[in-house]
Design a binder for this molecule. Sequence first.
Ligand SMILES: O=C(O)CCC(=O)C(=O)O
Ligand SMILES: [Fe+2]
Length: 333
Amino acid sequence: MYHLLPSFKMVGIETENLAVNDGHLTPENVSLLRPSQPTLPLEQLRKRYEEDGYLFLKQVLPRQDVLAAREAYFSLLESTGVLKPGTAPVEGIFDPAKSHLDYPGIGAGHAGGNGRPGGDKAAAFVDLALEAHYQDWYAKKFCNHPALYDFIARFSDWGKDTLSLRRTLLRNNLPGSKPIGVHYDQIFLRHGDPTSITAWVPMGDIKLNGGGLIYLENGDTIGLEMEEAFYTKAKEAGLSDEEAKSAFNSNMMSTGLLSEHPSDFAREHGRRWLVSAYEAGDVVLHKPHMIHASTVNNDPDNIIRLATDLRFCDSSKPYDKRWMNFYTFGDGV
Ligand SMILES: O=C(O)CCC(=O)C(=O)O
Ligand SMILES: [Fe+2]
């Protein structure tokens, strides 16, 4: 059974300019993410999350609240000249006269944690992109939006123990910039129980080729196996428990990622990438071992892709306390 989003009127998937770090994704290599209405019975939603490793919720956040946050973000960054002159901040249109290299995004995978990207020329942009994480409209309001928090509290059955982790990454992906490689989140959350929920929140509409997140079909089982193998290998190499927990230990890539090559990775594992366009208000929940990556932003209208990842956990269980601090460059997580 095929669930069609309004933007997919044609049969099959229009993959024009749908690309990852190592080339184009073709119709044979992709399938669509399955969308779910948040009003479906909880049991059904939980079953999908367990079976698929993700739950793609349509319109769980009020669209106008997401767009208000998008507007606040680009209004903050506007002084850097990133936006096309004469366009409204909420549109987030990159100035075609500029180079994306002068406006580097944060969190696309830097060795040993998330270091500060770019040189002197990028400093003002990078400073403001970081500053956005601490502003009330984001840290207080958006990250704690009751529509999402209440949904997660019910969905997880954690109720009042539902804790929203303070460390979040608010990521702008400019057209043509390098997207994050293949990973699962537990690698970065190893100081806590593997039960946290990531909510990937697009902050604006994202076209299919506009830089959205992609998930490996049935990737949760592969992630679980890989995590077990990493642990065994770390123990065999004589690493202590503490060292084995590091996302950047001697057995891992320096970025903590599994691969910088999503196409190769999917081929090696005989799986397809699940793709989608997203609308402001949509949220994808994913499991701690669910494998995902981002696509290259090839938006034909030069729209900057903005998204954040919010994480929730059960505060009655051990959780990763490193994630209770706001994100800073080189925080080693
Ligand atoms: O937004 C991205 O590009 C990456 C997001 C991500 O990896 C996550 O939400 O866990
Ligand atoms: Fe992730």
